[in-house]
Design a protein around this ligand. Structure first.
Ligand code: ATP
Length: 488
């Protein structure tokens, strides 16, 4: 698994320099694995969320969206299994006091073996790890780490503690603290948005008169106290998810699981990303709620990693909430079962979930778009950094640039912006030479620049420049909107 650390670092620097992503509370030296989106990052993120919402909710008659609260009744997380099961096996190095996720250090070792040409050994190591994880065999995992001479990146030693489980949920106190027992007021920050959908299943089904199969979608924040969190916005402690729970008749889960696997992969390909940059990864160790699960992985500069999970969650969640809340989570299906000639009747629906991280999608889109180009000729050295975003995701669609700051050219540029800004995000810039302004727009991923010059005053035409080809052509002002909307 070749990784390209330099490229990854270059993307991180670019994000900071051009207002995409900043470390959180940077003036206080930041906060581990927490990031803020700047002026262009937040536009990009919003466009990604809008695109997902449109393809899931707007284009599917049987999917509706909700926006549930982050705080939920604490019993939610007992019922969902997160209090007891939402943990990862960890190991500490006694010399550096650094804590690692066991699967992460073993995977890093496999990467190292692969890079050194020992592909068979790397594959064997991952296979052994998968089967030990599936059995929850912690002693076996520790032995595997020791036998493969895996050392701590900080201390360089293999002086390891035993492997233990750590819960990843954040907790806080809710309301005034009235009791001596802090546990009584303890409330969790949701580690996934899905449970907000499950507890509202009946509310939505009844008020929306939804008929199975139907889906409930949601975009929102989730929080996980990740132990190893040094991969920029790939692994954050506060992040955003776009999830959809699809409620189905029991017994049809295999068919719907395959349906959503294909539909979600199609969505990924519609971002203009080549098929060989993606792969499916089937889970060997299934989560406590699933009867089948896979990840869609993208080939990031740090290797193939998960962007989205597709999980066949059975009736685990609804049944668990039914049991803990003592409220029925049933659906009455009056469609006729051909086998019996009678209606299917009452049942707790099964669920297939699609769950994609907004931030990982931002990182995927940035990784895909980032290009350093050498444009040198015999006469002069030249280069540019360009973000080749799909037009629909680009933070700015159109930059309007008056050639000079005088002679009425800025006024024409402003009036073009006034005509276009209702339709898409525009940007006005008059500082610096036109060449420098083009380069800056390339670095922000702006697909179209329009330059207003003296000829504009005579014939109402402008130069439109295309980001990817850098080609320019003369068009009349009233063609601009149509040219851009065609690409959108
Ligand atoms: P991983 O194995 O990488 O920790 P996961 O399998 O725990 O991820 P899920 O619980 O399936 O992740 O969550 C669904 C999606 O939410 C993931 O595919 C990912 O895009 C996103 N996600 C999960 N954890 C994080 C995180 N710490 N930071 C950013 N995105 C995350």
């Amino acid at each position: 698994m070749a990784t390209d650390n330099n490229r990854f670092q270059a993307i991180i620097s670019h994000c900071k320099e051009y207002g995409f992503v900043f470390p959180s509370s940077e003036i206080y030296d930041g906060l581990g694995a927490v990031y803020d989106y700047g002026q262009w990052g937040s536009e990009l993120k919003k466009n990604i969320k809008d695109y997902w919402w449109k393809s899931m909710v707007q284009l599917n008659e049987n999917i509706v969206g909700i926006d549930a609260a982050i705080f939920m009744h604490p019993t939610t997380w007992k019922a969902s299994g997160h209090v007891d099961n939402f943990s990862d096996p960890m190991i500490d190095n006694k010399d550096s006091n650094k804590r690692y996720r066991v699967d992460h250090i073993i995977e890093a070792k496999a990467d190292e073996l692969e890079a050194a040409g020992h592909t068979d050994q790397a594959e064997l190591l991952l296979k052994e790890m998968d089967s030990l994880l599936a059995e929850n065999n912690f002693d076996g995992l520790k032995t595997l780490i020791e036998n493969n001479k895996i050392v701590c990146a900080i201390s360089g030693t293999s002086n390891w503690t035993d492997v233990r489980q750590f819960n990843l949920m954040f907790s806080t106190e809710f309301g005034a603290i009235s009791s001596d027992d802090p546990e009584e007021n303890k409330i969790y920050l949701r580690p996934e948005t899905a449970q907000g959908i499950f507890v509202n299943f009946l509310n939505v089904q009844k008020t929306g008169r939804m008929k199975i199969p139907f889906g409930i979608a949601q975009i929102g924040k989730a929080f996980r106290n990740e132990i190893v969190a040094r991969q920029f916005i790939f692994r954050m402690r506060e992040f955003e998810q776009m999830e959809m729970q699809f409620f189905i008749r029991p017994g049809t889960q295999k068919q719907w699981y395959e349906h959503w696997k294909a539909a979600r992969m199609e969505w990924h390909l519609s971002l203009g990303i080549a098929a060989d940059k993606y792969r499916f990864h089937d889970h060997v160790k299934l989560a406590h709620y699933a009867d089948a699960a896979c990840d869609i992985e993208y080939n990031f500069p740090i290797g193939f990693k998960e962007v989205e999970g597709i999980h066949s969650r059975t009736d685990f969640d609804l049944k668990a909430h039914q049991e803990y809340s003592k409220k029925k989570m049933q659906y009455f299906d009056n469609d006729i079962d051909e086998a019996t000639g009678k209606p299917y009747g009452n049942y707790v629906p099964y669920v297939v979930e699609t769950s994609i991280g907004v931030d990982r999608t931002v990182m995927m889109v940035l990784s895909e778009a980032y290009e350093e180009q050498d444009l040198s000729t015999d006469e002069k050295k030249d280069s540019r950094v360009v973000l080749k975003f799909p037009v629909k995701l680009a933070p700015i669609k159109l930059a309007v640039l008056p050639l000079v700051k005088k002679d009425g050219l800025p006024d024409i540029a402003r009036s073009i912006i006034n005509d276009c800004k209702q339709k898409f995000r525009c940007f006005y810039e008059e500082k610096d030479t036109i060449g420098k302004r083009y380069r800056r727009m390339d670095a922000l991923g702006t697909p179209f620049c329009v330059t207003v010059d003296y000829q504009t005053k005579e014939d109402n035409t402008v130069t439109i420049r295309y980001r990817d080809t850098m080609q320019q052509e003369r068009v009349s002002i009233d063609q601009i909107i149509a040219i851009i909307q065609q690409e959108l």
